[in-house]
Design a protein around this ligand. Structure first.
Ligand code: AQP
Length: 336
């Protein structure tokens, strides 16, 4: 039986944080290692230019993120690891699918409404508007079965399904309809300074997120400053908003140590938040240390990085090309 296809991406707009690791990449590595699915993981650099990037810093950041992908355990032999702009089929299919997406449906995307709100009326770029069409192309070009999107992206996945259905009904069965994938045991990691918000790469407060390349001292310091409450009780109460900070720190400690909430509660029953925060910081720094060591080795080997990127782009393109060929044929493009 053919393996199911699993796809996910991340923008190289900043160094990934522990939310990206515990909530996504760690699971990607586990899934890759079972070998049960054919996996595609990419750096979404085309998506990243909806916000103006400094070219030199952008190149450097993309290399950093690719090296980090490898350091976190993704392997080019087991998964297709690539940079989105290296696989030209994404852009071509995005243009085609844009002709099967409706202005009205794109205007209803809440992420566009939120992000375009930061611009003056009429000044949000077209890339921001058609972002979900490119996302549909990313997914449909590999006939992906599963896409592990967060809640904020569910609407985009729905759109990808609608576009696929529209194309299929016009030209006959071409695209598989992708399914939302809820990764089991996924931790949602919250901001350290505003625990009601998710930890985010684009947060302007550097203390809100712990980045994968933060030093041990920095990690411990950030956890010491994390917002909690005045109750001084290490107890998980999921539906109590006043405990959002402690709930989140307990989730992080649990993700880093594998301990359950009950066990954590007992461990810190007689201790204050200071001890608990130090323990969380140390447990996270222990996870980051070997990743950072590997990262430093990989990042300094430019030739190795480039060969891994090429390998990934070829793997991805080999899968995408036949489908794009079929799409071109169905549309009636002349093919050379
Ligand atoms: N805080 C989080 N907790 C758990 N999982 C998370 N992910 C992101 N933040 C958390 C998971 O990481 C993958 C990539 O998500 P992303 O939102 O960083 O993706 P992006 O396309 O790179 O988006 P932005 O807009 O660049 O990020 P932000 O909003 O951080 O500024 C996903 O699997 C996600 O679920």
């Amino acid at each position: 039986m053919a393996k199911k296809t699993f796809l996910s991406g991340i923008q190289p707009t900043n160094i990934p944080h522990i939310g990206n690791y515990f909530g996504a990449v760690k699971n990607w590595v586990a899934s890759q290692n079972t070998g049960e699915m054919e996996s595609f993981y990419f750096l979404a650099d085309l998506h990243a230019i909806t916000v103006r990037q400094d070219p030199k810093a952008f190149k450097n950041q993309t290399l950093n993120c690719f090296a980090l992908f490898l350091a976190m355990g993704l392997e080019p032999e087991k998964s297709a690891l690539f940079v989105q702009s290296h696989v030209l089929e994404h852009s071509e299919l995005a243009w085609i699918l844009g002709c099967y997406a409706m202005f009205g449906e794109l205007s209803r995307m809440t992420q566009f409404k939120d992000k375009s709100g930061a611009h003056k009326e009429g000044e949000a770029n077209i890339g921001l508007f058609s972002y979900p069409v490119l996302q549909a192309a990313d997914i449909l070009i590999y006939n992906a079965d599963f896409v592990p999107v967060g809640k904020d992206q569910k609407q985009h996945l729905e759109l990808a399904r609608n576009i696929a259905q529209r194309f299929n009904s016009a030209h006959g069965e071409t695209f598989k309809l992708p399914e939302y994938y809820a990764t089991p045991n996924t931790a949602k990691i919250m901001s350290l300074s505003e625990p009601s918000k998710k930890m985010s790469k684009s947060d302007s407060n550097p203390n809100a997120a712990v980045y994968m390349l933060d030093s041990r001292d920095m990690v411990i310091k950030k956890f010491k400053r994390a917002v909690t409450d005045s109750e001084a009780l290490v107890e998980y109460r999921g539906d109590d908003e006043s405990k959002a900070g402690i709930n989140s720190l307990m989730s992080i400690y649990s993700a880093a140590t594998g301990k359950g909430f009950g066990e954590i509660q007992s461990e810190f029953a007689e201790k204050g938040y200071g001890d608990f925060k130090t323990a969380v910081g140390e447990s996270v720094a222990d996870i980051l240390a070997p990743i950072q060591k590997k990262y430093n080795e990989i990042r300094s080997d430019g030739a190795f990085l480039e060969s891994c990127m090429k390998q990934g782009a070829e793997k991805a393109s080999a899968k995408a090309r036949p489908l794009l060929h079929a799409v071109r044929e169905k549309i009636g493009f002349l093919q050379l």
